[in-house]
Design a protein around this ligand. Structure first.
Ligand SMILES: Nc1nc2c(ncn2[C@@H]2O[C@H](COP(=O)(O)OP(=O)(O)OP(=O)(O)O)[C@@H](O)[C@H]2O)c(=O)[nH]1
Ligand SMILES: [Mg+2]
Length: 299
């Protein structure tokens, strides 16, 4: 046999990570494609958009669809997010159910794995954040997770240390169909720049806020104007109540200034150009429950 015969067929397809909020799905997606495409935070329900990120390898293309965490919805926004997740499940070839290594398996995990059993896609279990536990704890969690459902494989991984990230990709790729390339060679995501920029601003705005406020923040980029040496960006940060507006702006606008500085750094990295960022905080009363406002904000 020649080496030509031994070569694997080209595979391409879609994968996604599911799991309860904060399980580490977006961080893992970024670690796999090697670039920050999805925003992440320690607040649950950070992801609100379905974002596709493409990993190119010589003999495969894995398109990862980052989705919100599945949760019990309390608002219209929550319902919409759950719908997005379920729709994605029906469109992908391989699903990784993410369960953090450092937290006991809960009702949320059981509920999600039950729902996954109905699908056509191959379902793997991914035990995330392995850097946070010792070997013994990890071994216990692997056993507990395997008992949740009949998974094709169970893979432990740490997006932070990089441990087993490549192995996880190998495993996911194995379950992709033989297919021609789906996206051009250099395409990392098809997400419009405007959306990625809005997400980076939201990520910066999430840092240091508590309780209900993280859920109340939405960001819309109104304009991006390329000038000779700088990109001018005008964006609105929405909250639900005037009291929240005061918190986001902070004493003498100090908080908003910090948010702007952090966001600008990230946006400059993304766009590879200098950025002038103009942020405005506005109140969109109870937007999470209002169909009209939701539409305006892109949901
Ligand atoms: N130590 C450690 N922390 C991690 C790892 N992966 C994610 N995290 C942290 O876990 C938190 C949640 O990560 P995300 O990637 O935003 O989680 P998510 O599942 O996308 O959350 P939602 O979008 O809210 O559903 C963040 O604070 C991450 O920094 C990991 O491998 N190790
Ligand atoms: Mg996320």
């Amino acid at each position: 046999m020649t080496s030509e015969n031994l070569r694997q067929p080209y595979r391409a397809g879609f994968g996604c990570f599911v799991g309860r909020p904060n399980a580490g799905k977006s961080t893992l997606t970024n670690a796999i494609v090697g670039q920050k495409i999805a925003i992440t935070s320690s607040k649950p329900q950070t992801t609100r958009h379905v974002i596709r990120a493409v990993l190119h390898r010589p003999d495969s293309q894995l398109v990862l669809v980052d989705t919100p965490g599945l949760h019990r919805p309390r608002t219209l926004l929550g319902e919409r997010l759950n719908d997005l997740v379920r729709q994605t499940w029906s469109e992908v070839d391989v699903i990784g159910l993410c369960v953090p290594a450092d937290e006991p398996i809960g009702r949320g995990d059981r509920f999600i794995s039950g729902e996954l059993a109905e699908l056509n896609a191959t379902v793997l279990a991914v035990v995330t954040k392995t850097d946070l536990v010792d070997r013994e704890q990890l071994a216990k969690q692997l056993v507990a997770v395997s008992e949740l459902a009949d998974f094709a494989e169970v893979v432990p991984v740490s997006a932070v240390s990089g441990h087993q990230v490549d192995t996880l990709v190998d495993v996911m790729t194995r379950y992709l169909p033989e297919s021609p390339q789906l996206y051009p060679d250099d395409m990392l995501t098809e997400e419009p720049e405007q959306v990625l920029v809005a997400e980076l601003i939201r990520e910066a705005a999430l840092e240091g806020v508590r309780d209900e406020l993280p859920h109340s923040i939405a960001v819309v980029v109104e304009e991006m104007i390329p000038e000779e040496r700088v990109m001018k960006i005008y964006a609105d940060v929405y909250v639900e109540r005037p009291s929240q507006k005061a918190i986001v702006i902070g004493h003498r606008a100090s908080r908003l200034r910090d948010v702007g500085i952090r966001a600008r750094r990230q946006i400059e990295e993304l766009l590879g150009t200098r950025v002038y960022l103009d942020l405005h905080v506005r109140v969109a009363k109870d937007w999470q429950r209002d169909p009209k406002q939701l539409r305006k904000l892109g949901f």
